[in-house]
Design a protein. Structure first.
Length: 304
């Protein structure tokens, strides 16, 4: 059992290796065997076994694992949890990625990647201390650049910000505007339009508040559809730290439709298809915002 205080120790921070042989012995053979033939190893982010409190007396332990970057794919290799066999490594080709979901919440980092593999949706899920983000910055920006088909920038500061982008982002809460530029725009992609949905709550039957939708930003670029949202709140007026970002590469976006929901809300359904596999992402919005986005998307597709 890892005590909560131990997560502050550097021994439990991720490490980046540029040599596959440098991985711990517990992961090394499985990692080497999971490399697809012809792929060139780039780097591996190693996350030691870690602990995360879920609130109250609940906690979760994550066995050591590693995220391996190659020139054509990304691979997740996990060690065996207590009293169980190690899961099989998961490999997703970058050309077949359907969407990517990342969490940037205080010291908590998470990468979830969903892609097509033999006509089925394959997913990987890596949780790590957030100090891992700057460690793998170059590799991660390279991965995103390959996924969306645009070259990554050498550094975030190299990105040229247009006057149109400044105008679009100016009305947004600074948390979302800065979060988009820091965590979402890794390449020279251009922001086409944005839509911000403010959080909404309702009073439940027992007098308790329930959040319908958290603060959410929807962004269309010339290469991606990005959804930035906060974690769902349990109590009104509580500050939510960090962002959760979903990135859909435009080549994977096969269709967009809307569904009328209860209490005057509408849901946008994004249909994703690649290499014979399909998935959906759903987003709840006010009807006026849904109509705006639908018109924007139709106009964008008409100009292609």
């Amino acid at each position: 059992m890892i005590d909560p205080w131990q997560t502050r120790a550097s021994a439990f921070h991720p490490r980046l290796f540029h040599d596959l042989a440098a991985l711990p012995e517990t992961l090394r053979d499985a990692a080497a065997g999971a490399l697809p033939a012809g792929d060139q190893f780039v780097a591996a982010l190693y996350a030691p076994a870690d602990y995360r409190s879920e609130g109250g007396d609940e906690s979760e332990e994550t066995p050591e694992h590693t995220l391996i970057f190659t020139d054509r794919s990304v691979i997740h290799v996990q060690a065996a949890p207590p009293d169980a066999a190690a899961p099989a490594p998961v490999c997703v080709a970058l050309s077949d990625v359907l969407y990517v979901r990342t969490s940037h919440v205080l010291l908590y980092g998470r990468v979830q990647l969903f892609g097509a593999c033999q006509g089925e949706v394959q997913s990987l899920d890596l949780r790590f201390n957030a100090v891992g983000w700057p460690m793998m910055d170059v590799e991660w920006r390279g991965l995103i650049g390959t996924v969306i088909g645009l070259p990554p920038l050498a550094a975030v500061d190299d990105r040229v910000v247009s006057e149109q982008e400044n105008e679009l982002l100016a009305p947004l809460p600074s948390k979302f505007a800065e979060g988009l530029r820091r965590y979402g725009l890794y390449t020279g992609e251009e922001v086409v339009s944005v839509l911000f949905q403010q959080e909404a709550w309702e009073r439940g039957a027992m007098g308790q508040d329930r959040q319908i939708v958290p603060d959410t930003l929807l962004v269309l670029t010339n290469a991606s559809m990005l959804i930035l949202n906060e974690e769902r709140g349990l109590v009104r007026m509580t500050e939510q730290f960090g962002l959760i970002i979903t990135r859909i590469p435009l080549p994977a976006l096969a269709g967009v439709q809307t569904i009328t929901k209860e209490e005057g809300w509408e849901e946008i359904v994004f249909t994703l298809e690649r290499a014979g596999a399909s998935a959906e992402r759903r987003l709840l919005l006010e009807p006026a915002k849904t109509q705006f986005w639908r018109g924007l998307w139709r106009g964008y597709k008409a100009r292609e």
